[in-house]
Design a protein around this ligand. Structure first.
Ligand SMILES: [Fe+2]
Ligand SMILES: [Fe+2]
Length: 334
């Protein structure tokens, strides 16, 4: 029998392991951050401005082509009736947006930690405005997942472990790297795919607006970490960041197999997990989601040593020189 409501999860409590820096200076000393902070203030928006009486399509809530499903083209997909295909679409889309929703909550916590611990006033102001951006994203995705799709999946165990390492690191730059680059890098690619492939104008418009906020967060992370990783850290400290990155990339690549949806859909978890890992279509879909992350890693000077090996083993290294035009466009827009 198909579950209509995925299993409800318990709340998780993590220690923060951080510092609160009471800065003596209120000078806005970094023009790059100041420009982003100024843009953030101009680009504030309200989730209430959307017409939430709008109903999503019952058979395909995000109106995405079936080619975006991990099991598309498999013998399992070919065997499914129209009704079972609708269920598969709804569960897969709900799982994806549920993980985005949990990631947004994690982003809110990380931004709050950055706002407390940043020593630069300019970077702190960007983090502070990000806290509210992330609250707005939590609200928007919660409405989509809980009110409109009426199916919310718990945080996957793999994403939970990455979020825990990111939120609880005593090194503020690792919190920044885990959230602004790893998690937001993947999220930006998912948002981009939604905007390009969804035929639902409500979803397209909402995600476009969220995407604009995320492009700013990603840019803040890249500026902060590029300065740090190319100028300030010792080779031993850099190696620790590379290890974190390797682990995070591997965890996210596994997470994107969406193993948690098969049992609620009435399929054998092990069989489907194997099928997804053998599928060329699924591998292409998963790899595509790294096209923002890998060039960012290169630009921060972390494309070295074991990072190269891990990216090569997952066939992600080709994205190192992928252009990030959409982010640049959003950052240069008025
Ligand atoms: Fe967000
Ligand atoms: Fe964000």
């Amino acid at each position: 029998m198909i579950m209509d409501q995925a299993v409800r999860a318990e709340s998780i409590v993590w220690p923060l392991n951080g510092v609160a820096v009471m800065s003596a200076s209120y000078a806005q000393e970094d023009e790059r951050f100041d420009r982003i902070y100024s843009k953030s203030k101009q680009q504030q928006w309200n989730v209430d401005d959307y017409d939430w009486t709008y109903e999503l399509d019952a058979d395909n809530p995000l109106k995405l082509p079936d080619q975006t499903l991990l099991i598309y083209g498999s013998s399992l997909w070919d065997r499914l009736s129209d009704e079972r295909r609708s269920e598969a679409r709804r569960h897969f889309q709900s799982w994806t947006l549920s993980q985005i929703l949990h990631g947004e909550q994690g982003a809110l916590m990380c931004a709050a930690k950055l706002a407390q611990g940043e020593t630069s006033n300019s970077a702190r102001m960007c983090a502070a405005v990000q806290v509210f951006d992330e609250a707005r994203h939590v609200e928007a995705y919660s409405r989509l997942v809980n009110d409109k799709m009426r199916l919310c999946y718990p945080l996957s165990s793999s994403l939970a472990s990455l979020l825990e390492d990111t939120v609880t690191s005593p090194d503020l730059d690792i919190t920044n790297l885990g959230m602004q680059i790893l998690v937001e890098g993947i999220a930006l690619s998912i948002f981009h795919s939604l905007v390009v492939y969804s035929q639902d104008s409500f979803v397209k418009k909402l995600v476009t607006q969220i995407q604009r906020d995320e492009a700013r967060h990603f840019a803040v992370g890249q500026i902060t970490l590029t300065d740090l990783y190319t100028n300030e850290l010792t080779s031993h400290e850099l190696m620790i960041r590379e290890e974190f990155l390797c682990e995070g990339i591997s965890v996210l690549y596994e997470h994107l197999c969406a193993d948690d949806i098969w049992e609620p859909l009435g399929h054998n978890r092990k069989e489907c997990a194997g099928l997804v890992r053998e599928s060329l279509i699924a591998a292409t879909l998963r790899r595509n989601l790294f096209r923002r992350l890998v060039p960012a890693v290169k630009s921060m000077g972390l494309l070295r040593g074991r990072v190269v090996q891990v990216l090569e083993s997952l066939r992600l290294l080709d994205y190192a020189d992928w252009p990030m035009r959409d982010i640049e466009q959003q950052m240069s827009a008025p």
